[in-house]
Design a protein around this ligand. Structure first.
Ligand code: NDP
Length: 327
């Protein structure tokens, strides 16, 4: 029987455990995928911990993987058995050897992109696509701030920003991560363990500050991020790695310069097949042309049954780029 990762209560990484299960048949608009590489995302830790609770417990975990279609629902026309595919918006349970996914949430993986590259970049790359191209359209030469620039989403953002001709200032937690972000295309980095974020941004922009901040760190960086923004600038708060931002007095947006704030998610930007195709075509062409090179360090590839170890490493802040589970 196939194996998947489940958890029966919320808590630290140790609540995750492998179970054998019998996959149900795909529904009429679904396909069944034999996963070859599974993407690990920080959001998976929020689901596990209970910050984003699943509909019920016990629950599967994970929403991203690349693999081969082994069964096709009756109503599916554009995907067939044997297709190489990748997905990022599956129901919880992608940490599994086999998973059922709505066919409209599946993209054909181009031959030039491996399963590992697909699973390492799909959810994170679609995220960078909507952040830099839709939430706020980054322009050539524009200077902007992007937190956690050496992480999975972060390293892709560095590369994408460079491709757009823009100047990404990336925050990072260590000197080694700064090197990674710069090599990927960041214009400048700020080590927020040692340097004051707002003071550095002020200095790097000759006092002008930035029109947009992308903040996935959350609680720890919220106020510093606002201090980096120009008058009427946009704060894009898209994650909670240090904990969620809560209890905000809206007056702070007035005090810091008539600012805007948005709290976007992938599900608000990729809502149908046309939007998925637009985003994935742009992502795949950047990967196929070598503009975006997925970063998957060997020590961040784990056996599926070692999901506990993978979550411990991710939450320790010791990872850079993407991490994978391999069935
Ligand atoms: P990362 O690989 O970026 O890992 C998280 C990073 O956050 C860490 O490596 C660390 O980098 C930084 N960090 C800062 N403070 C903390 C802290 N207190 N504890 C742990 N980490 C901290 O993860 P992902 O690439 O998977 O995701 C990045 C972020 O983007 C997450 O917050 C995620 O929720 C968000 N996201 C949001 C989406 C959306 O649509 N809204 C979609 C996808 C991701 P450092 O050591 O350099 O500080």
């Amino acid at each position: 029987m196939p194996v998947r990762i489940e958890f029966a209560r919320h808590g630290g990484p140790d609540v995750l455990h492998p179970v054998e299960f019998t996959p149900r048949e795909p529904k009429e608009h679904e396909v069944q995928v034999a996963n070859k590489a599974i993407g690990i995302n920080y959001i998976d830790t929020y689901v596990r911990s209970g910050l984003y609770p699943p509909p019920s417990l016990p629950s599967g975990l994970g929403s991203e993987a690349a693999g081969v279609v082994i069964k096709v629902g009756r109503a599916v026309r554009h995907i067939k058995e044997g297709d190489r595919v990748v997905y990022a918006q599956a129901p919880l349970g992608a940490y599994s050897e086999v998973h059922n996914v709505a066919a409209d949430n599946v993209a054909i993986l181009p031959g030039a992109i491996s399963f590992e590259q697909g699973a390492a970049t799909f959810l994170k790359g679609l995220t960078v696509f909507y952040l830099l191209r839709k939430t706020y359209e980054i322009k050539p030469n524009e200077i902007f701030l992007f937190h956690a620039a050496a992480g999975g989403v972060g390293l892709l953002a560095c590369q994408w920003a460079k491709a757009l001709g823009a100047k990404l200032i990336g925050t990072v937690g260590s000197a080694a991560k700064a090197e990674k972000a710069l090599a990927a295309g960041a214009w400048r980095t700020i080590n927020y363990q040692e340097e004051d974020i707002a003071a550095q941004v002020l200095a790097l922009t000759n006092g002008e500050k930035v029109p947009v901040v992308y903040d996935s760190v959350g609680k720890d960086t919220w106020e510093a991020s606002l201090d980096c923004l120009q008058r009427r600038g946009l704060m894009v708060s898209f994650g909670n790695a240090s904990g969620p931002v809560t209890g905000v007095n809206l007056g702070i947006l007035n005090q810091k310069g008539s600012l805007y704030v948005t709290r976007p998610s992938l599900h608000g930007y990729i809502t149908n097949r046309a939007e998925l195709e637009e985003a994935s075509n742009e992502l795949f062409s950047l990967i196929a042309s070598g503009v975006i090179k997925p970063e998957i360090p060997e020590n961040q590839k784990f056996a599926l049954v070692d999901a506990v170890k993978a979550h411990k490493l991710l939450e320790s802040r010791a990872t850079r780029g993407s991490s994978l589970l391999l069935p």
